[in-house]
Design a protein around this ligand. Structure first.
Ligand SMILES: *Cc1c(COP(=O)(O)O)cnc(C)c1O
Length: 428
């Protein structure tokens, strides 16, 4: 009998960390089984505590777009570390990163750096309320914007009513100004603005959603969001924490051709270090402290090691042809998965943009959270564990997107498709 080091570590972790993890989805609750404790990673792979290798399709939930341990990034981080971990005073590297971000995201004229996507989305929301002097916000069912109180909310009983908290510890008052709507539902959107438009501070959206599997806003829906915000004086906030520099060099806004007022970034811009950002037009951003009345601050904001990592990452992905190659690779993966499922008679569909993808154990691509959640759980779990056994690590929940990195080889992708084919032959 060999011991399972993952199980041993999980038991040890569970004694001292709630649920044994520091972020809930890592616990494998949705799929069952023992979470893999990762020892190290390189390129497209990581290795668990038993020394088993996995092809990694999570990439730290998006940031590792170059794969793990890219030499240029490692070098930049090593150099930065030797110059000091944190100063609590400004650095030139923060300006360089800000300039690099603004050059690639034309809707942003100024940017503030923070340490997590949650913090960035929460701050963007405060800024939107401060800049408009209004309280109400729209969010969509299935979109995730981090765990600020006002955003941990599900729909109320009707459009005239506001949301209910989805987490313990969030008082109803904290979500009483949040309206939750169905994604891609134009009629609901129009009705909400007709009822509450004059009090609407902002509409926050993942324009390509990656927290309910992979669901795109339709072009008409995205356009209507823009039009209604403009018409009612509300700010359109694109949460691009996941899509920014992931679906393309100019994010979901570049893919859709829509200019938001505020953009929230994270994940890729830190290259695996704790770094996120939010930004927009100068007149709005100047409402932030120390210039304006909207308070926002952070001890580790613009951290010199994190900014070095982010800058080195952005330098690589801005090279010509990067996204063309990444997109082609991702398409090869999802088309291969679909062909394998089709051959085995499994109802299956796929979508992808840049280095982000979704697959669905259903015939049609879902348009909203409700449809995603009709996925056959047992089939998904069989696929997840079958792939895991075969050394392929996908997100341990059917409502998460997947990520391909520049380090994934043709052989990795072929091996993934072959592993999936073997499982499809059992679950059709
Ligand atoms: C990951 C994510 C967040 C939260 O970012 P954290 O760094 O985990 O706090 C917010 N919005 C979206 C769209 C995300 O994918």
């Amino acid at each position: 009998m060999t011991t399972d080091n993952n199980q041993t570590l999980f038991e040890r972790a569970s004694a001292v960390i709630p649920g044994g993890v520091n972020s809930p989805v890592r616990a494998f609750k949705a799929v069952g089984g023992t979470p893999r404790f990762i020892q190290r990673a390189q390129g497209a792979y990581f290795w668990d505590a038993n020394g088993k290798r996995y092809i990694d399709y999570i990439g730290s939930w998006g940031p590792m777009i170059l794969g793990h341990g890219h030499p240029a990034v490692v070098e930049a981080v090593q150099k930065a570390v030797l110059e000091g971990f944190s100063y609590g005073a400004p650095t030139e590297r923060e300006i360089e990163l800000a300039e690099a971000i603004l050059a690639l995201v034309p809707s942003m004229e100024m940017v503030r750096l923070v340490s997590s996507g949650t913090e960035a989305a929460m701050s963007a929301l405060r800024l939107a309320r401060g800049a408009t002097g209004r309280k109400h916000i729209i969010k969509f069912e299935g979109c995730y914007h981090g765990h600020a109180d006002a955003l941990l909310v599900k729909a109320g009983s009707g459009l005239a009513t506001f949301g209910h908290p989805t987490s313990g510890g969030v008082p109803p008052e904290a979500v009483q100004h949040t309206i939750v709507l169905e994604y891609n539902n134009i009629a609901q959107l129009e009705e909400a603005f007709a009822l509450h438009g004059k009090d609407m501070a902002c509409l926050m959206i993942e324009a390509i959603a990656g927290n309910m599997n992979f669901v795109r806003a339709t072009p008409e829906f995205a356009r209507r969001c823009r039009e209604l915000c403009t018409q009612h004086g509300a700010l359109l906030v694109f949460d691009e924490v996941m899509t920014g520099f992931r679906v393309g060099l100019h994010g979901a806004q570049g893919v859709l051709g829509i200019t938001p007022d505020l953009t929230v970034l994270g994940k890729v811009i830190g290259g695996g270090m704790p770094l996120a950002a939010f930004g927009g037009p100068r007149a709005i951003m100047e409402q932030l402290a120390p210039l304006g009345p909207v308070y926002q601050a952070g001890t580790l904001s613009g951290n010199p090691v994190a900014t070095a990592c982010g800058l080195a990452t952005l330098k690589e992905i801005a090279k010509p042809g990067f996204y063309e190659a990444l997109s082609a690779k991702t398409r090869t993966l999802v088309e291969g998965l679909k062909a394998a499922a089709d051959a085995e008679g499994v109802a299956f569909n796929v979508d992808s943009e840049g280095g982000m993808f979704g697959f669905y154990l259903m015939k049609d691509k879902p348009q909203n959270y409700g449809t995603v959640m009709t996925t056959d759980n047992a089939k998904f779990n069989a696929l997840f564990h079958g792939l895991l056994d075969r050394g392929v690590y996908i997100a341990p929940a059917l409502y998460e997107a997947g990520f391909v990195s520049a380090a994934h080889s043709d052989e990795d992708i072929a091996a993934t498709i072959e592993a999936a084919r073997q499982i499809f032959s059992h679950i059709s």
